[in-house]
Design a binder for this molecule. Structure first.
Ligand SMILES: [Fe+2]
Length: 167
């Protein structure tokens, strides 16, 4: 089952304002060992929870139906022109909870493959969460030169979550 839950986060503007305020905290994860997929390396920038200012964490958890606890692993993802994530699945990262929230995207870039191996591009609605089972193959297609950066949030819980940083 795959579906987008609209208005999962209802304070996207507030979250985006803070993300712009803390742009300098994004770190490039291009080629990182932990971001290798069997289809190649990912390229994107992230702010991980341990680098996140409290006001950004508070804004992220203000309206969504997930409570902020220190057992959660979460990050903001930023994809600029040329950035992408190759095909992969979250079950490779030992997660049992994985929540993806779309914030901003000029064009659809989130792609998944259904049980029949048909690919689908998702029209990413700001504030929507995307429901998929953990074994779903998915990718972020390359952001084009004339597009604004794409942003999303990922909230995860799983084994070895302090070592693994798969988005
Ligand atoms: Fe992923």
């Amino acid at each position: 089952m795959y579906n987008q839950i609209e208005n999962y986060m209802t304070n996207v503007d507030e979250v985006m304002d803070l993300i712009h305020k803390y742009q300098y905290l994004f770190k490039k994860r291009d080629g990182a060992k932990t971001f290798y997929t069997r289809y190649g390396n990912a390229s994107l920038k992230q702010i991980y929870h341990y680098d996140m200012p409290e006001e950004l964490t508070e804004a992220i958890f203000k309206t969504i139906p997930i409570k902020w606890t220190d057992r959660l692993n979460y990050c903001v993802n930023k994809y600029e022109a040329g950035d992408h994530i190759p095909k992969h699945k979250e079950s490779d990262g030992s997660y049992w909870m994985f929540k993806l929230i779309f914030l901003q995207s000029d064009k659809p870039h989130f792609k998944y493959w259904d049980e029949q191996d048909e690919e689908h591009l998702v029209e990413e609605k700001p504030g929507a969460s995307f429901n998929m089972h953990l074994g779903t193959l998915h990718a972020v297609t390359e952001v084009g030169q004339n597009e604004k950066p794409k942003y999303s949030i990922v909230i995860m819980q799983g084994l070895d979550m302090h070592q693994r940083k798969v988005a």
